[in-house]
Write a protein of this length. Sequence first.
Length: 292
Amino acid sequence: MGLPPFELLAPGSVEEASRLIAEEGAVPLAGGTAIVPLMRQRLFVPARLVSLHRLPALAEISPSNGGGLWVGAMASLRAVETHPLVREDYPLLAETLGQVANVRVRGSATLGGNLAHGDYRLDPPAALIALGAQIRLGSARGVRVLPIEDFFLGFFETAKAADEILLGVELPPPAPRTSSHYLKFTAHASADWPCVGVAVHLRWEASGRCEGGRVVLTAAASKPFEVRGVEEALRGTLVSEAAAQKAGELAAEQLDPIGDASGSAWYKREIAPALVRRALIEAARRAPWRAG
Ligand SMILES: Cc1cc2nc3c(=O)[nH]c(=O)nc-3n(C[C@H](O)[C@H](O)[C@H](O)COP(=O)(O)OP(=O)(O)OC[C@H]3O[C@@H](n4cnc5c(N)ncnc54)[C@H](O)[C@@H]3O)c2cc1C
Protein backbone atom coordinates (compact mmCIF):
# COMPACT_ATOMS: atom_id res chain seq x y z
CA MET A 1 0.00 0.00 0.00
CA GLY A 2 1.33 3.49 -0.85
CA LEU A 3 1.75 6.30 1.62
CA PRO A 4 -1.14 8.63 2.45
CA PRO A 5 -0.62 12.24 1.27
CA PHE A 6 1.47 14.44 3.56
CA GLU A 7 3.43 17.68 3.45
CA LEU A 8 7.21 17.41 3.90
CA LEU A 9 8.94 20.27 5.71
CA ALA A 10 12.69 20.64 6.16
CA PRO A 11 13.57 23.30 8.77
CA GLY A 12 17.13 24.62 9.10
CA SER A 13 17.23 25.02 12.89
CA VAL A 14 16.02 23.23 16.02
CA GLU A 15 13.95 26.29 16.98
CA GLU A 16 12.15 26.26 13.63
CA ALA A 17 11.63 22.48 13.81
CA SER A 18 10.23 22.87 17.32
CA ARG A 19 7.74 25.51 16.20
CA LEU A 20 6.63 23.31 13.29
CA ILE A 21 6.09 20.15 15.34
CA ALA A 22 4.17 22.11 17.97
CA GLU A 23 1.39 22.44 15.38
CA GLU A 24 -1.36 19.83 15.28
CA GLY A 25 -0.74 16.93 12.88
CA ALA A 26 3.03 17.53 12.47
CA VAL A 27 5.73 15.09 13.67
CA PRO A 28 9.53 14.81 13.28
CA LEU A 29 10.92 12.51 10.61
CA ALA A 30 14.35 10.91 11.15
CA GLY A 31 15.22 7.58 9.46
CA GLY A 32 11.57 6.77 8.84
CA THR A 33 11.97 3.07 9.72
CA ALA A 34 9.29 3.24 12.42
CA ILE A 35 7.03 5.97 11.14
CA VAL A 36 6.83 5.08 7.43
CA PRO A 37 5.52 1.50 7.93
CA LEU A 38 2.90 2.88 10.35
CA MET A 39 1.82 5.42 7.73
CA ARG A 40 1.75 2.78 5.01
CA GLN A 41 -0.62 0.70 7.12
CA ARG A 42 -2.70 3.84 7.90
CA LEU A 43 -2.10 3.25 11.62
CA PHE A 44 -0.67 6.74 11.86
CA VAL A 45 -1.53 9.48 9.36
CA PRO A 46 0.28 12.76 10.13
CA ALA A 47 -0.52 15.71 7.85
CA ARG A 48 3.06 17.05 7.98
CA LEU A 49 6.44 15.37 8.41
CA VAL A 50 9.14 17.66 9.74
CA SER A 51 12.41 16.24 8.43
CA LEU A 52 15.45 16.68 10.69
CA HIS A 53 17.89 15.93 7.86
CA ARG A 54 18.85 19.58 7.34
CA LEU A 55 20.25 19.73 10.87
CA PRO A 56 23.65 18.05 10.31
CA ALA A 57 24.91 19.04 13.80
CA LEU A 58 22.38 16.56 15.20
CA ALA A 59 24.28 13.67 13.56
CA GLU A 60 27.59 14.38 15.33
CA ILE A 61 29.38 11.84 17.50
CA SER A 62 32.19 13.55 19.41
CA PRO A 63 34.03 13.63 22.74
CA SER A 64 32.20 15.95 25.14
CA ASN A 65 33.74 18.60 27.38
CA GLY A 66 33.16 16.53 30.51
CA GLY A 67 35.25 13.60 29.20
CA GLY A 68 32.31 11.54 27.98
CA LEU A 69 30.86 11.06 24.51
CA TRP A 70 28.13 13.04 22.77
CA VAL A 71 25.96 11.08 20.34
CA GLY A 72 23.63 13.24 18.27
CA ALA A 73 20.05 12.07 17.78
CA MET A 74 20.40 11.89 13.98
CA ALA A 75 23.41 9.56 14.08
CA SER A 76 22.37 6.26 12.52
CA LEU A 77 22.44 3.18 14.74
CA ARG A 78 25.11 1.77 12.44
CA ALA A 79 27.27 4.93 12.70
CA VAL A 80 27.13 4.69 16.50
CA GLU A 81 27.73 0.93 16.55
CA THR A 82 30.85 1.22 14.39
CA HIS A 83 32.30 4.45 15.82
CA PRO A 84 35.83 3.79 17.17
CA LEU A 85 35.20 5.67 20.44
CA VAL A 86 32.00 3.74 21.06
CA ARG A 87 33.71 0.42 20.38
CA GLU A 88 36.66 1.32 22.59
CA ASP A 89 34.99 3.04 25.55
CA TYR A 90 31.35 1.87 25.49
CA PRO A 91 31.46 -1.70 24.12
CA LEU A 92 28.08 -2.41 25.75
CA LEU A 93 26.44 0.10 23.41
CA ALA A 94 28.24 -1.25 20.32
CA GLU A 95 27.30 -4.83 21.28
CA THR A 96 23.65 -3.86 21.82
CA LEU A 97 23.30 -1.87 18.60
CA GLY A 98 24.86 -4.74 16.67
CA GLN A 99 21.81 -6.80 17.63
CA VAL A 100 19.12 -4.32 16.54
CA ALA A 101 17.19 -5.56 13.49
CA ASN A 102 19.67 -5.92 10.59
CA VAL A 103 22.41 -3.81 9.00
CA ARG A 104 20.02 -2.32 6.45
CA VAL A 105 17.61 -1.05 9.11
CA ARG A 106 20.51 0.14 11.30
CA GLY A 107 21.92 2.14 8.39
CA SER A 108 18.74 4.26 8.19
CA ALA A 109 17.38 4.17 11.74
CA THR A 110 18.68 6.89 14.04
CA LEU A 111 19.38 6.74 17.76
CA GLY A 112 17.00 9.64 18.37
CA GLY A 113 14.21 7.97 16.39
CA ASN A 114 14.76 4.77 18.31
CA LEU A 115 14.46 6.45 21.71
CA ALA A 116 11.64 8.83 20.74
CA HIS A 117 9.58 5.91 19.43
CA GLY A 118 9.22 4.80 23.07
CA ASP A 119 8.52 1.14 22.25
CA TYR A 120 8.94 -0.99 25.41
CA ARG A 121 10.91 -3.60 23.38
CA LEU A 122 13.72 -1.35 22.12
CA ASP A 123 17.23 -2.69 22.76
CA PRO A 124 19.30 0.55 23.03
CA PRO A 125 17.54 2.09 26.08
CA ALA A 126 18.59 -0.83 28.33
CA ALA A 127 22.27 -0.33 27.45
CA LEU A 128 22.09 3.46 27.72
CA ILE A 129 20.49 3.26 31.17
CA ALA A 130 23.08 0.71 32.35
CA LEU A 131 25.81 3.09 31.12
CA GLY A 132 24.30 6.08 32.96
CA ALA A 133 23.56 8.17 29.85
CA GLN A 134 21.67 11.45 29.88
CA ILE A 135 19.28 12.61 27.19
CA ARG A 136 19.07 16.16 25.84
CA LEU A 137 15.82 17.66 24.54
CA GLY A 138 15.54 20.97 22.73
CA SER A 139 12.73 23.28 21.70
CA ALA A 140 12.13 26.95 20.92
CA ARG A 141 11.78 27.29 24.73
CA GLY A 142 15.30 26.03 25.45
CA VAL A 143 17.19 22.83 26.29
CA ARG A 144 16.70 20.35 29.12
CA VAL A 145 18.69 17.31 30.20
CA LEU A 146 17.29 14.19 31.88
CA PRO A 147 18.79 10.93 33.13
CA ILE A 148 17.74 8.61 30.33
CA GLU A 149 15.72 6.36 32.66
CA ASP A 150 13.43 9.34 33.38
CA PHE A 151 12.67 9.73 29.67
CA PHE A 152 10.65 6.49 29.52
CA LEU A 153 7.38 6.94 31.38
CA GLY A 154 5.35 3.89 30.32
CA PHE A 155 3.95 1.95 27.39
CA PHE A 156 4.98 4.01 24.30
CA GLU A 157 5.02 7.06 26.58
CA THR A 158 8.03 9.35 26.94
CA ALA A 159 8.79 12.61 28.75
CA LYS A 160 9.17 14.42 25.40
CA ALA A 161 6.79 17.39 25.08
CA ALA A 162 4.98 17.94 21.76
CA ASP A 163 7.34 20.75 20.73
CA GLU A 164 10.57 19.01 21.79
CA ILE A 165 13.22 17.51 19.54
CA LEU A 166 15.52 14.89 20.94
CA LEU A 167 18.99 16.39 20.42
CA GLY A 168 21.10 13.42 21.51
CA VAL A 169 22.55 11.52 24.43
CA GLU A 170 25.59 12.17 26.55
CA LEU A 171 27.56 9.17 27.78
CA PRO A 172 29.55 9.69 31.01
CA PRO A 173 33.35 9.44 31.02
CA PRO A 174 34.35 5.76 30.81
CA ALA A 175 35.16 4.28 34.24
CA PRO A 176 38.65 2.70 34.63
CA ARG A 177 37.74 -0.99 35.11
CA THR A 178 34.45 -2.16 33.65
CA SER A 179 32.98 -5.08 31.80
CA SER A 180 29.60 -5.59 30.21
CA HIS A 181 27.28 -7.77 28.18
CA TYR A 182 24.00 -7.38 26.31
CA LEU A 183 22.10 -10.63 26.15
CA LYS A 184 19.21 -10.55 23.71
CA PHE A 185 16.87 -13.49 23.82
CA THR A 186 14.62 -13.71 20.77
CA ALA A 187 11.76 -16.13 20.34
CA HIS A 188 11.63 -16.46 16.54
CA ALA A 189 14.77 -15.45 14.60
CA SER A 190 18.07 -13.93 15.69
CA ALA A 191 17.40 -10.56 13.96
CA ASP A 192 14.13 -10.13 15.80
CA TRP A 193 12.65 -7.93 18.49
CA PRO A 194 13.69 -9.17 21.93
CA CYS A 195 11.48 -11.47 23.96
CA VAL A 196 13.63 -10.18 26.83
CA GLY A 197 16.92 -8.29 26.60
CA VAL A 198 19.36 -7.82 29.50
CA ALA A 199 22.06 -5.13 29.63
CA VAL A 200 24.74 -5.59 32.31
CA HIS A 201 27.44 -3.10 33.15
CA LEU A 202 29.89 -3.97 35.95
CA ARG A 203 32.55 -1.88 37.68
CA TRP A 204 35.57 -3.58 39.23
CA GLU A 205 37.96 -2.65 42.02
CA ALA A 206 41.70 -2.93 41.40
CA SER A 207 41.62 -5.93 43.79
CA GLY A 208 39.46 -7.83 41.27
CA ARG A 209 36.28 -7.63 43.38
CA CYS A 210 33.13 -6.16 41.94
CA GLU A 211 32.52 -2.55 42.95
CA GLY A 212 28.91 -2.59 41.72
CA GLY A 213 26.89 -2.65 38.57
CA ARG A 214 23.60 -2.11 36.83
CA VAL A 215 21.26 -4.63 35.25
CA VAL A 216 18.52 -3.29 32.97
CA LEU A 217 15.90 -5.35 31.15
CA THR A 218 13.96 -4.51 28.02
CA ALA A 219 10.72 -6.00 26.69
CA ALA A 220 10.03 -7.33 30.16
CA ALA A 221 7.83 -4.46 31.37
CA SER A 222 6.00 -1.45 29.92
CA LYS A 223 9.27 0.51 29.92
CA PRO A 224 12.97 -0.34 30.43
CA PHE A 225 13.31 -1.97 33.84
CA GLU A 226 16.33 -1.66 36.13
CA VAL A 227 16.64 -4.42 38.74
CA ARG A 228 16.90 -2.77 42.16
CA GLY A 229 19.39 -4.03 44.76
CA VAL A 230 21.91 -5.38 42.24
CA GLU A 231 24.58 -2.91 43.33
CA GLU A 232 24.44 -4.23 46.90
CA ALA A 233 24.12 -7.90 45.84
CA LEU A 234 27.28 -7.76 43.71
CA ARG A 235 29.52 -5.37 45.68
CA GLY A 236 32.65 -7.08 47.03
CA THR A 237 31.92 -10.36 45.22
CA LEU A 238 33.60 -11.98 42.20
CA VAL A 239 30.14 -12.22 40.59
CA SER A 240 30.09 -15.95 41.07
CA GLU A 241 27.14 -18.18 40.13
CA ALA A 242 25.66 -17.54 43.60
CA ALA A 243 25.82 -13.73 43.29
CA ALA A 244 24.42 -13.86 39.75
CA GLN A 245 21.64 -16.17 40.95
CA LYS A 246 20.78 -13.67 43.69
CA ALA A 247 20.49 -10.88 41.10
CA GLY A 248 18.22 -13.11 38.99
CA GLU A 249 16.02 -13.70 42.03
CA LEU A 250 15.77 -9.95 42.59
CA ALA A 251 14.59 -9.56 38.98
CA ALA A 252 11.97 -12.30 39.45
CA GLU A 253 10.64 -10.63 42.62
CA GLN A 254 10.37 -7.19 41.03
CA LEU A 255 9.21 -7.88 37.47
CA ASP A 256 5.63 -7.59 36.29
CA PRO A 257 6.04 -8.41 32.58
CA ILE A 258 3.59 -7.77 29.77
CA GLY A 259 3.03 -10.57 27.29
CA ASP A 260 3.40 -10.10 23.54
CA ALA A 261 4.00 -12.09 20.35
CA SER A 262 7.50 -13.01 21.58
CA GLY A 263 6.36 -14.53 24.87
CA SER A 264 3.56 -14.52 27.43
CA ALA A 265 3.91 -12.61 30.70
CA TRP A 266 4.33 -15.96 32.47
CA TYR A 267 7.11 -17.04 30.09
CA LYS A 268 8.98 -13.75 30.43
CA ARG A 269 8.81 -13.92 34.24
CA GLU A 270 10.16 -17.49 34.14
CA ILE A 271 12.99 -16.76 31.73
CA ALA A 272 14.12 -13.34 32.99
CA PRO A 273 16.02 -14.59 36.10
CA ALA A 274 17.96 -17.13 34.02
CA LEU A 275 18.84 -14.45 31.46
CA VAL A 276 19.97 -12.04 34.19
CA ARG A 277 22.16 -14.77 35.69
CA ARG A 278 23.67 -15.69 32.31
CA ALA A 279 24.27 -12.06 31.32
CA LEU A 280 26.03 -11.39 34.63
CA ILE A 281 28.25 -14.46 34.36
CA GLU A 282 29.28 -13.46 30.84
CA ALA A 283 29.92 -9.83 31.86
CA ALA A 284 32.06 -11.08 34.77
CA ARG A 285 33.95 -13.43 32.45
CA ARG A 286 34.94 -10.35 30.44
CA ALA A 287 36.30 -8.52 33.53
CA PRO A 288 39.65 -6.81 32.90
CA TRP A 289 41.35 -8.74 35.72
CA ARG A 290 40.34 -12.01 34.03
CA ALA A 291 41.73 -10.83 30.70
CA GLY A 292 45.04 -10.60 32.43
C1 LIG B 1 12.36 -4.68 10.44
C2 LIG B 1 12.61 -3.90 11.70
C3 LIG B 1 13.14 -4.56 12.81
C4 LIG B 1 13.41 -3.87 13.98
N1 LIG B 1 13.97 -4.52 15.04
C5 LIG B 1 14.33 -3.83 16.15
C6 LIG B 1 15.00 -4.46 17.22
O1 LIG B 1 15.28 -5.64 17.20
N2 LIG B 1 15.35 -3.70 18.29
C7 LIG B 1 15.11 -2.36 18.34
O2 LIG B 1 15.48 -1.70 19.33
N3 LIG B 1 14.45 -1.74 17.34
C8 LIG B 1 14.07 -2.43 16.26
N4 LIG B 1 13.43 -1.80 15.23
C9 LIG B 1 13.02 -0.41 15.42
C10 LIG B 1 14.04 0.55 14.92
O3 LIG B 1 15.13 0.57 15.81
C11 LIG B 1 13.34 1.88 14.88
O4 LIG B 1 12.39 1.82 13.83
C12 LIG B 1 14.28 3.03 14.60
O5 LIG B 1 15.30 3.12 15.55
C13 LIG B 1 13.54 4.34 14.56
O6 LIG B 1 14.46 5.34 14.14
P1 LIG B 1 14.15 6.21 12.87
O7 LIG B 1 15.26 7.19 12.76
O8 LIG B 1 13.86 5.40 11.68
O9 LIG B 1 12.83 6.94 13.40
P2 LIG B 1 11.52 7.47 12.62
O10 LIG B 1 10.75 6.33 12.05
O11 LIG B 1 11.90 8.57 11.67
O12 LIG B 1 10.76 8.10 13.85
C14 LIG B 1 10.30 7.31 14.91
C15 LIG B 1 9.52 8.18 15.91
O13 LIG B 1 10.39 9.07 16.58
C16 LIG B 1 10.08 10.45 16.29
N5 LIG B 1 11.38 11.09 16.16
C17 LIG B 1 12.41 10.70 15.34
N6 LIG B 1 13.50 11.43 15.59
C18 LIG B 1 13.17 12.31 16.57
C19 LIG B 1 13.90 13.32 17.26
N7 LIG B 1 15.20 13.57 17.03
N8 LIG B 1 13.25 14.04 18.20
C20 LIG B 1 11.95 13.79 18.47
N9 LIG B 1 11.21 12.84 17.88
C21 LIG B 1 11.83 12.11 16.93
C22 LIG B 1 9.23 10.41 15.03
O14 LIG B 1 8.35 11.51 14.96
C23 LIG B 1 8.49 9.09 15.22
O15 LIG B 1 7.43 9.27 16.13
C24 LIG B 1 13.14 -2.47 14.06
C25 LIG B 1 12.61 -1.80 12.95
C26 LIG B 1 12.36 -2.49 11.76
C27 LIG B 1 11.81 -1.75 10.58
